[in-house]
Design a protein around this ligand. Structure first.
Ligand SMILES: *[C@@H]1O[C@H](CO)[C@@H](O)[C@H](O)[C@H]1NC(C)=O
Ligand SMILES: *[C@@H]1O[C@H](CO)[C@@H](O)[C@H](O)[C@H]1NC(C)=O
Ligand SMILES: *[C@@H]1O[C@H](CO)[C@@H](O)[C@H](O)[C@H]1NC(C)=O
Ligand SMILES: *[C@@H]1O[C@H](CO)[C@@H](O)[C@H](O)[C@H]1NC(C)=O
Ligand SMILES: *[C@@H]1O[C@H](CO)[C@@H](O)[C@H](O)[C@H]1NC(C)=O
Ligand SMILES: *[C@@H]1O[C@H](CO)[C@@H](O)[C@H](O)[C@H]1NC(C)=O
Ligand SMILES: *[C@@H]1O[C@H](CO)[C@@H](O)[C@H](O)[C@H]1NC(C)=O
Ligand SMILES: *[C@@H]1O[C@H](CO)[C@@H](O)[C@H](O)[C@H]1NC(C)=O
Ligand SMILES: *[C@@H]1O[C@H](CO)[C@@H](O)[C@H](O)[C@H]1NC(C)=O
Ligand SMILES: *[C@@H]1O[C@H](CO)[C@@H](O)[C@H](O)[C@H]1NC(C)=O
Length: 871
C-alpha cells in the first residue's frame, strides 16, 4: 500500500469514498460506513487500579531512556530477525534484551517439549472458570520457561459471528459473557504465571476471507483494501467489545489490533477503536501491538493509538519500518508528540512490570524458525551462530490438566442409554478421525491438513504436539484391559469391510468424524481458512449413515472447529449417542475414553448452537468481494442477534441449542430466589485526566541519531531506531517526507492537555465505570441430583432484558455443581449493572431500560426450568 494513500485514510479516519465507489460494484449507490476521529491518544493513568506499582516502576525506568531506546521498545526487529515470531529491539545500556512475542492461544507455537492444549472453544465448553484459569496459568508457565514474554492469546475476535469462520475455535464462544469469562480467566492465568497476555484480534475480525490484501490476491481475488466490518455502536458495546472489556478489567497487558478495517478504517489506525473505545472508555493501560503486517502508516497509526509494530517491518523482510527510524524522525520533527512516544514506552514497560518481570530477562531458549540446536540468532540474516534451541522441557504435569479439560469440555449431545460403556463385548471403531496422521502428528506445517484425528485447527493458533494419543490407541488399550474384542478401521473409505465388521452380533460401533478450519494463509481442500460448508469432511455424513444403517448401536464422536450439520442423521434410532469432543489437544484419546466409559461423568455444554441448516444462522462469511476492487463490505446488520439470539428471535428449531449437554445422571431444578442488592444510583464518571507527562528531553541535532559508529554491525534486514544520514528525507526514504502534522493529522492529534473523562469509563478502574460491575441481584436455586451416579450440573442464568429490540434471553452467569446422588446444592448467580443494561447510543453510556426484566435458571438456553420477575 502506498503511504500517501494510507495517510489520507487516517486523516479523517474515513475512507475517501470516491476511491472505491464508481467502479462496478453492488454497493455503488450508498455511502460506505465511516469511523469518527478520536484524538489525542490517551496516556496512562498513574492511579489505575492494578497498575500503580507497575506505572511507578515504568516511569522511573522510561525516564532514563533516550528517544531511540524508547523507539526500540516500540519496534519489532523484522520478520525472522530473531528467535521469536516477534521481537522488539533491546536496551543494551540497561542490559535489557528485546521482548519475545510468541504464538499461540493454545500453547507455544513452533517449538518442542511444550504441551498442546485444548482449543479455547473446547475449554469454553467446560463452563468452568477454574479450568480456564488453570489452562491459562499452565500456558503462561510454559511460555515463561522458554523465554516468551508475551503470549499471543487469548482470542475474542473472532467472537463467532459466523459458524463457518476459520478461527472461531481459537476463541471461546459467540456468547459475549462466556467469552468474557474465558478472556478474564485466561488473562489472569497467563499473567499470574509471569507472562504478558495479549487480547486479540481487536476487533470485528470475524472472517479470514479478505483480511489481508496480499493473501486475498494470492487466492485470485482482485481487491486493493481489506474487508471492512461495519459495526454500529450499540452492537459494538453489547456484543463485540464486551469480552475485551473483561480482558481489560482483568488487567491484560497487551491487545493486538486486527488486519481488517472497521467502518473502512484499518484496525491498527482506527482512532475510534484504539483511542476512544479501548484506551479512553475501557481505560486500557497496556500496549497495543499490530497484527503481523497490519500496520499501514507510521505517525498516523502512532497518534491513533498503536504502541508497537509487529513484526516491525513495513512488509515482511523489507528492512524498512513505519516505526524505527521513521518514529525517531516523527518525534524529532514534531509530528508525533514526545509524550506519545513516552506513553508507548510506558505502556510496554508497565505491562512487563505488572506481570512481575524485571529488565533482567532470562535468555530466550528456543527458535521459532528451526528445530536445529545450533543456528543463527538472526534467522533471515543467517548470522549469530550459537545454541538457539535448548530443547527445554516446559511441560511439567500439564498432560493431566489437558486430559481433564478435554474430558470436561466434551459435550454429550445425545444418549439413549448406550453410554457409559461397561466392558462392551465387542467394540468396532470406525473412521480416519480415530487414527493417526500417517505423516505424524505434526506432519503438516501449522497443522495445515485434516489427516488422522483432529485435535487442533490450523494456522498460527497452533502448537506442536509432544505426542498425540489417538482415540484408537486409547480405546484399544481400554478394550484390551476390559477383555473386550476390539477392531478399528481407520479410513472412511472401506465400506465393505466396515459393513462386515459393524453388522456382526454384539457390535458397539463408534464412528469418529470431523470438520476442520483455520487461518487464511493456508488453504486445505478449498477451505481458505474459513470453512466452505458446515458439513462433515471426508464424507463423514455418508460414513455415519452407512454405519448406523448396519449397526443398531452406533455412537458418533465429532471433532470440529464449530457446529456441523447433523440434520440428516442425528435422530436415527440406531445412533444411540453423539458427542462433540471439540479440539482436545494432545490427550485426545485418553479424554474420550474417560467420557465414554464414565470415568468422567460428562458435563460439557455446547458453546454454540447446532442449527439444522446453514441459512438458519443468519450472518455468513463473505466469500466474494462485493465492492469492486475496493474494500469488501461486511455489514453487521443483524446487530446483537448472532447464534442462539438469532435462532430465538425467529423461534427457529435447532438440533441442539446453546448451553445443551447431557450427563449420566439427571438433575432437578427448584426454588428460585432473587435477592436485590443495594447497589445505589449509577454515577457517571466526571472530571478530567492529568495533562500528558513528558519523560525526559532529547536533542534535536540529527547527528545524535546516526548509527553509533562506522563499525556498528548492521544485521541484514534488521530494524534499528537509527538514521542513516542527517538528511531527514533521505533517512526516511519516504517520497512524501515533509508533510506537517497539520497537513495530515486530524485536529487534536498532538494535544497534551488534560482531557475529559467519559461518563462510561472508570475514573481509575480499567474495564469501564466501576459501577457497571456492581451486583444488582443475586439469583439462587436448588439443584438436586436425581439419578444414581455422582455428576456435575451447570445451571445457567439467563436474562430477558425485556425491550422490543432485545434478544429473547441472554446468558449472564453460570456455575458448576458437583452433586452425589440425592444431594441438593445451591446455585448462585449474579447480575451486575452491565448485565441489566443496554448501550444507549445517545447518552453514550449503559442504561437500564424501563422494560420488564425476567431471570431464568436452566439447563440450556432453551431449557429454562425456573423463572422470576425482577422488580
Ligand atoms: C461505525 O459506524 C456506525 C454507524 O454510523 C457507528 O455507530 C459506529 O460507532 C462506528 N464505529 C466505529 C468504530 O467507527
Ligand atoms: C536497539 O536494539 C538493537 C537490537 O536489539 C540494538 O542492537 C541496539 O543497540 C538498540 N539501540 C539502542 C539505542 O538501544
Ligand atoms: C532457557 O534455558 C537456558 C538453558 O537451560 C537457560 O540458560 C535460560 O535461562 C532459560 N531461559 C528461561 C527464560 O528460563
Ligand atoms: C519510512 O516509512 C515509509 C512509509 O511511510 C517507508 O517507505 C520507508 O521505507 C520508511 N523508512 C525507513 C527508514 O524504514
Ligand atoms: C516527520 O517524520 C515522519 C516520519 O518519517 C514523516 O512522515 C513526516 O513527513 C515528517 N514531517 C515533517 C514535517 O518533516
Ligand atoms: C451377543 O449377540 C447374541 C446374538 O445376537 C446374543 O444372543 C447375546 O445376548 C449377545 N450378547 C451380549 C453380551 O450382548
Ligand atoms: C464440505 O467441505 C469439506 C472439506 O473441504 C468436503 O470434504 C465436503 O465434501 C464438503 N461438503 C459438501 C457437501 O460439499
Ligand atoms: C456408504 O455405503 C455405500 C454403499 O455400500 C458406499 O457406496 C459408499 O461409498 C459408502 N460411503 C462411505 C463414506 O462409507
Ligand atoms: C438399524 O440397524 C439395523 C441393523 O442392526 C438395521 O437393520 C436397521 O435398518 C437400522 N435402522 C436404521 C434406521 O438405520
Ligand atoms: C542504512 O544503511 C544500511 C547499511 O548500509 C543499509 O543496509 C540500509 O538499507 C540503509 N537504510 C536506509 C533507510 O537507507
Amino acid at each position: 500500500m502506498k503511504p500517501a494513500v494510507a495517510l489520507a485514510t487516517l486523516a479523517s479516519s474515513t475512507l475517501a469514498a470516491g476511491r472505491t465507489l464508481g467502479s462496478t460494484n453492488q454497493i455503488e449507490k450508498r455511502a460506505l460506513a465511516t469511523s469518527d476521529p478520536f484524538y489525542p491518544s490517551p496516556w496512562m493513568n498513574p492511579d489505575a487500579e492494578g497498575w500503580k506499582e507497575a506505572y511507578a516502576k515504568a516511569r522511573e525506568f522510561v525516564s532514563q531512556l533516550t528517544l531511540m531506546e524508547k523507539v526500540n521498545l516500540t519496534t519489532g526487529v523484522g520478520w525472522q530477525g530473531e528467535q521469536c515470531v516477534g521481537n522488539t529491539g533491546s536496551i543494551p545500556r540497561f542490559g535489557m534484551r528485546g521482548l519475545c512475542l510468541q504464538d499461540s492461544p493454545l500453547g507455544i507455537r513452533g517449538t518442542d517439549y511444550n504441551s498442546a492444549f485444548p482449543s479455547g472453544q473446547t475449554v469454553a465448553a467446560t463452563f468452568d472458570r477454574a479450568l480456564i484459569y488453570k489452562r491459562g496459568y499452565a500456558m503462561g508457565m510454559e511460555a515463561k520457561g522458554k523465554g516468551v514474554d508475551v503470549l499471543l492469546g487469548p482470542v475474542a475476535g473472532p467472537l463467532g459471528r459466523m459458524p463457518a469462520a476459520g478461527r472461531n475455535w481459537e476463541g471461546f464462544s459467540p456468547d459475549p459473557v462466556l467469552t468474557g469469562i474465558g478472556m478474564m480467566e485466561s488473562v489472569k492465568g497467563i499473567q499470574d504465571a509471569g507472562t504478558i497476555a495479549c487480547a486479540k484480534h481487536y476487533i470485528g475480525n470475524e472472517q479470514e476471507h479478505f483480511r489481508q490484501v496480499g493473501e486475498a490476491q494470492g487466492y485470485g481475488f482482485d481487491i486493493s483494501e481489506t474487508l471492512s466490518s461495519n459495526i454500529d455502536d450499540k452492537t459494538m458495546h453489547e456484543l463485540y467489545l464486551w469480552p475485551f472489556a473483561d480482558a481489560v478489567r482483568a488487567g491484560v497487558g497487551s491487545v493486538m489490533c486486527s488486519y481488517q478495517q472497521v467502518n473502512n478504517s484499518y484496525g491498527c489506525q482506527n482512532s475510534k477503536l484504539l483511542n476512544d473505545l479501548l484506551k479512553n472508555e475501557l481505560g486500557f493501560q497496556g500496549f497495543v501491538m499490530s497484527d503481523w503486517q497490519a500496520q499501514h502508516t507510521g505517525a498516523a497509526s502512532a497518534v491513533a493509538g498503536l504502541d508497537m509494530t509487529m513484526p516491525g517491518d513495513t512488509v515482511f523482510n523489507s528492512g524498512r519500518s513505519f516505526f524505527g527510524p521513521n518514529l525517531t524522525l516523527a518525534v524529532l520533527n514534531g509530528t508525533v508528540p514526545a509524550y506519545r512516544l513516552d506513553d508507548m514506552a510506558m505502556r510496554i514497560m508497565a505491562a512487563m512490570f505488572k506481570v512481575g518481570k524485571t529488565t533482567d530477562l532470562e535468555p530466550v531458549n528456543f527458535s521459532f524458525w528451526t528445530t536445529d540446536t545450533y543456528g543463527p540468532v538472526h534467522f533471515v540474516a543467517n548470522e549469530g551462530f550459537q545454541e538457539i534451541n535448548s530443547h527445554v522441557d516446559v511441560r511439567a504435569d500439564h498432560g493431566n490438566l489437558i486430559r481433564e479439560i478435554a474430558a470436561k469440555g466434551t459435550v454429550l449431545l445425545k444418549n439413549t442409554g448406550s453410554l457409559p460403556l461397561k466392558k462392551p463385548k465387542f467394540l468396532a471403531v470406525i473412521g480416519e478421525d480415530a487414527g493417526p496422521n500417517l505423516r505424524g502428528p505434526n506432519g503438516c506445517g501449522d497443522r495445515g491438513c485434516d489427516d488422522g484425528t483432529l485435535a487442533m485447527g490450523w494456522g498460527s493458533g497452533t502448537a506442536n504436539f509432544p505426542y498425540l494419543i489417538t482415540p484408537d490407541a486409547a480405546l484399544q488399550a481400554q478394550a484390551v484391559s476390559d477383555g473386550s474384542r476390539y477392531e478399528s478401521i481407520l479410513t472412511n473409505y472401506a465400506p465393505a469391510q466396515t459393513r462386515a465388521l459393524v453388522s456382526q452380533a454384539n457390535a458397539t460401533a463408534i464412528v469418529f468424524v470431523n470438520a476442520d478450519s483455520g487461518e487464511g494463509y493456508i488453504n486445505v481442500d478449498g477451505n481458505m481458512g474459513d470453512r466452505k460448508n458446515l458439513t462433515l469432511w471426508k464424507d463423514g455424513d455418508a460414513l455415519v449413515k452407512n454405519v448406523s444403517s448396519w449397526c443398531s448401536n452406533t455412537i458418533v464422536v465429532i471433532h470440529s472447529t464449530g457446529p456441523v450439520l447433523l440434520t440428516e442423521w442425528y435422530d436415527s434410532p440406531n445412533i444411540t449417542a453423539i458427542l462433540w469432543a471439540g479440539l482436545p489437544g494432545q490427550e485426545s484419546g485418553n479424554a474420550i475414553v474417560d467420557v465414554l466409559y464414565g470415568k468422567v461423568n460428562p458435563s460439557g455444554r455446547t458453546p454454540f448452537t447446532w442449527g439444522a441448516t446453514r441459512e438458519s444462522y443468519g450472518a455468513d462469511v463473505l466469500y466474494e468481494p462485493n465492492n469492486g476492487n475496493g474494500a469488501p463490505q461486511q455489514d453487521f446488520t443483524e446487530g446483537v442477534f448472532i447464534d442462539y439470539r438469532y435462532f430465538d428471535k425467529f423461534d427457529t428449531p435447532v438440533i441442539y441449542e446453546f448451553g445443551h449437554g447431557l450427563s449420566y445422571t439427571t438433575f432437578k431444578y427448584s426454588n428460585i430466589k432473587v435477592e436485590k442488592s443495594n447497589a445505589g444510583e449509577y454515577k457517571p464518571t466526571e472530571g478530567t485526566t492529568a495533562p500528558a507527562p513528558t519523560l525526559g528531553n532529547f536533542s534535536t541535532d540529527l547527528n545524535d541519531y546516526l548509527f553509533p559508529s562506522d563499525e556498528f554491525h548492521y544485521v541484514y534486514q534488521y530494524n534499528y531506531p537509527y538514521l542513516n544520514t542527517t538528511d531527514p528525507k533521505e533517512a526516511s526514504g519516504d517520497a512524501h517526507y515533509g508533510q506537517t502534522a497539520e497537513e495530515f493529522l486530524p485536529p487534536h492529534a498532538t494535544d497534551s492537555s488534560a482531557q475529559p473523562l467519559l461518563r462510561s469509563s472508570g475514573k481509575n478502574e480499567p474495564g469501564g465505570n466501576r459501577q457497571l460491575y456492581d451486583v444488582m441481584y443475586t439469583v439462587t436455586a436448588d439443584i438436586t441430583n436425581t439419578g444414581d451416579v455422582a455428576g456435575t450440573e451447570i445451571p445457567q442464568l439467563y436474562l430477558s432484558l425485556g425491550g422490543e429490540d432485545d434478544p429473547v434471553v441472554v446468558l449472564r452467569d453460570f456455575d458448576k455443581l458437583f452433586l452425589q446422588p440425592g444431594e441438593t446444592g445451591t446455585f448462585r448467580g449474579t447480575l451486575t449493572r452491565r448485565d441489566l443494561s443496554n448501550w444507549d447510543v445517545e447518552k453514550q453510556d449503559w442504561v437500564i431500560s424501563a422494560a420488564k426484566k425476567k431471570v431464568f435458571v436452566g439447563k440450556s438456553s432453551r431449557k429454562l426450568e425456573l423463572s422470576a420477575e425482577l422488580n
